[in-house]
Design a protein around this ligand. Structure first.
Ligand code: SAM
Ligand code: SF4
Ligand code: SF4
Length: 374
């Protein structure tokens, strides 16, 4: 047996203070980074805490009882998040995804959703407001989330077999409760519900075909995610990744023929497939084997207000110090700071990783998924 070394490091300290540019410009809604990529999608982590201990995300060995979670005062308030979100909308963001940690653990999250739902895009339309959850609190909360203005949810579910699922979430949470949450979300009008399954070789890959069969004739969209080398806690190894092509092959081989279908929009992370009999769609997210950096229009805001221009970035840009500065800094100034960050963005970690995976993974210091959100 090979032993895995799980480093205990705190990447949250690495941040850069953002300066206000000397020459200020009105946001045009058409930001473009150094590689010509627009800014459309903002992911906001609302908590770094979670009630699961998924082995690929928050393994118990690292996220134990004494783990130093962020103190409440460090977290952006709902007013601060909404202020930042409005500025991003003026820059052309159309979609906001709330994530974490487990976003439904953040107290009164419905109030934040209602505040974000009042924001308008540069076209005058409401934002596409979504949330990714482990589903544990969804049965209880689906209707209030919908009433607050949430558009859709994505629910993570890594297996249908209870033994395997419990081994993955490591807190003895049952499949039935997540399925009930998915049902509740659908009934509340938060559909089509996307169901995310992270596939880890030797852990849950035997569940690929039963998951595909179970969700085939439902209105929910099942998406298989390649296990990624995010953070430094999960001891990621390349041989634990099942390539999406292999996922598709196994589903076809199990008697479920699939046809590729067009992307909904440029930059969509999932490659879409449809069952040949027209009953149901699945998606594959190939972050490891087929990098999609070229169209990446996503930016991430951490729980404490650090802005990350890539999931694999080691350093965040501190926006919170602008929000809490003793000299009042205007939205206009903050908008210009954000523009100056995006204009020089050249991140393309996954593409580079595809070229020399092991080396790049080993040499980078990366932040945890539970801190920055998926
Ligand atoms: N707790 C919520 C949940 O699990 O849906 C939201 C946060 S979670 C970090 C967001 C997504 O990231 C989940 O779908 C999760 O499965 C995925 N994820 C976490 N670690 C991952 C990894 N190492 N590789 C691929 N996906 C990962
Ligand atoms: Fe929690 Fe989501 Fe990470 Fe699982 S994937 S530990 S549910 S934050
Ligand atoms: Fe975007 Fe970075 Fe992921 Fe590439 S690696 S798709 S730039 S978040």
């Amino acid at each position: 047996m090979t032993e895995k070394f799980i480093p205990l490091i705190d990447q949250r300290q690495q941040r850069s203070l953002s300066n206000i540019p000397a020459v200020l410009q009105e946001p045009s809604g058409l930001l473009s980074d150094a590689m010509g990529r627009p800014l459309h999608d903002l992911r906001i982590s609302v908590t770094d805490r979670c009630n699961f201990r998924c082995v690929y995300c928050m393994p118990k060995e690292v996220f134990g009882k004494d783990y130093p979670y962020l103190p409440h005062a460090s977290l952006l308030s709902f007013e601060e998040i909404t202020r930042i979100a409005k500025i991003f909308a003026a820059h052309g963001v159309k979609k906001i995804r709330l994530t974490g940690g487990e976003p439904l653990l953040r107290k009164n999250i419905e109030d934040l959703i209602a505040m974000l739902a009042s924001i308008r895009t540069t076209d005058g339309t409401p934002l596409d407001l979504t949330l990714t959850t482990n589903g544990s609190l969804l049965t209880k909360k689906a209707q209030t989330l919908k009433d607050a203005g949430l558009s859709r949810v994505t629910v993570s579910l890594d297996a249908l077999n209870d033994v395997i699922f419990k081994r993955m979430n490591d807190v003895d949470f049952s499949v039935a409760e997540v399925l009930e949450g998915i049902q509740a979300a659908h009934a509340a009008g938060l559909g089509p519900v996307k169901v995310n399954m992270v596939v880890k070789a030797g852990m849950n890959d035997q569940e690929i075909t039963s998951m595909a069969r179970y969700f085939k004739d439902t209105p929910h969209i099942l998406r298989f995610i390649e296990y990624m080398d995010v953070g430094a806690s999960n001891g990621w190894q390349l041989d634990e990744v099942i390539p999406s092509a292999e996922v598709i092959r196994r589903i076809r081989e199990a008697g479920m023929p699939l046809l590729p279908i067009d992307a909904n929009y440029a930059g969509e992370t999932a490659e879409r497939w449809q069952h040949l009999d027209g009953k149901g769609e699945i998606g594959v997210i190939s972050s490891v084997t087929q990098a999609f950096c070229r169209d990446c229009s996503r930016v991430r805001l951490s729980t404490e207000g650090q802005l990350y221009t890539c999931l694999f970035a080691s350093t965040g840009h501190d926006l919170r110090h602008l929000l809490r500065n003793s000299e009042a800094i205007s939205d206009f100034q903050i908008a210009n700071v954000i523009a100056s960050i995006w204009n020089v963005r050249s991140d393309r970690y996954s593409e580079l990783r595809s070229q020399h995976t092991e080396g790049l993974h080993a040499e980078r210091k990366k932040i945890e998924m539970s801190y920055i959100g998926g």
